[in-house]
Design a protein around this ligand. Structure first.
Ligand code: DGL
Length: 278
């Protein structure tokens, strides 16, 4: 069990921002990363479709013998976490919403927290609930920013296009002349951290920008405390990559998310188990 890999999945390459944090925080572990690139985006789809896709991704990783499942997609975690936990009750299942909310509450001093995410995540209210559980008096400004997903998948993360989209979504919220503007911004989608530079230009330097990556490794460690690999098992960068489509694009864009070169030859094309339904 200790030597079994940890499964990580997202709708695309965005979850690689989470995998990167896990690789840094848990160097003795092996990982299998699954990007459901054939069906991205999840964020514009109905809850029942996202749950169905999430269960199929979870089944694929479960069949690979993972010892724990990290749902590195806020959209899937917002709507599908309970369904995955019920279906695969032999596995610890960790989503990215709670660690993201944890990081936001720790960062904010005024209690005014902005959250940006996909349409589905915003609609489900998972961040709103997770933040309010920790900080009942929080003031929340929540926005769907779906174009950021397309920009990230396209690798258009800097420059005038990314900045004008950031301005479009966030310009009025982060108005430096407004003393009550949010002091913290949660990137509630794993595709967004790679756009941090463009987002930062709009929020200004003083805003704390947080995401789940900073706290995910400790959440996973807590979830599998009895099954952690020993430190003498160190096997740096032991990752298998699975994708449901677009291997070349996954390699090209994923290399930027992961901050290391991913070769197309490292990525296996898979079909998800379609037999499982919600
Ligand atoms: N990376 C996914 C998330 O964290 C969203 C991208 C998508 O819409 O598929 O929500």
């Amino acid at each position: 069990m200790k030597n079994a890999p940890i499964g990580v999945f997202d709708s695309g390459v965005g979850g690689l921002t989470v995998l990167r944090a896990l690789l840094e925080g848990m160097p003795a572990e092996r990982f299998i990363y699954l990007g459901d690139t054939a069906r991205l985006p999840y964020g514009t789809k109905s809850a029942s479709t996202v749950v169905r896709y999430a269960l199929q991704a979870a089944k694929t990783l479960h069949d690979e013998g993972v010892k724990c499942l990290v749902v590195a997609c806020n959209t899937a975690a917002s709507v599908g976490l309970e369904a995955i936990r019920e279906r695969f009750d032999d596995l610890p299942v960790i989503g990215v919403v709670e660690p993201g909310a944890e990081a936001a509450c720790a960062a904010s001093s005024t209690g005014h927290i902005a959250v940006i995410a996909t349409d589905r995540t915003v609609h489900e209210g998972a961040y709103q609930q997770a933040i309010r559980r920790r900080l009942p008096q929080a003031r929340l400004s929540v926005r769907a920013t779906p174009l950021f997903v397309a920009l990230a998948e396209e690798g258009l993360t800097e420059g005038p296009i990314a900045e004008s989209v950031a301005q479009h979504y966030l310009g009025d919220l982060f108005n430096a002349s407004d003393p009550s503007m949010p002091d913290t911004l949660v990137l509630g989608c794993t595709h967004f951290p790679i756009l941090k530079g463009a987002i930062r230009r709009v929020t200004g330097a003083a805003t704390r920008i947080v995401d789940s990556a900073s706290t995910i490794a400790s959440a996973v460690r807590g979830g599998i405390s009895g099954a952690l690999a020993g430190s003498d098992d160190a096997r740096p960068r032991d990752v298998r990559f699975l994708a449901t489509d677009g291997i070349e694009r996954f390699a090209r864009v994923g290399s930027r998310f992961l901050n290391r070169t991913v070769q197309p030859s490292e990525i296996e094309l898979v079909e998800l188990k379609a037999s499982i339904t919600s």
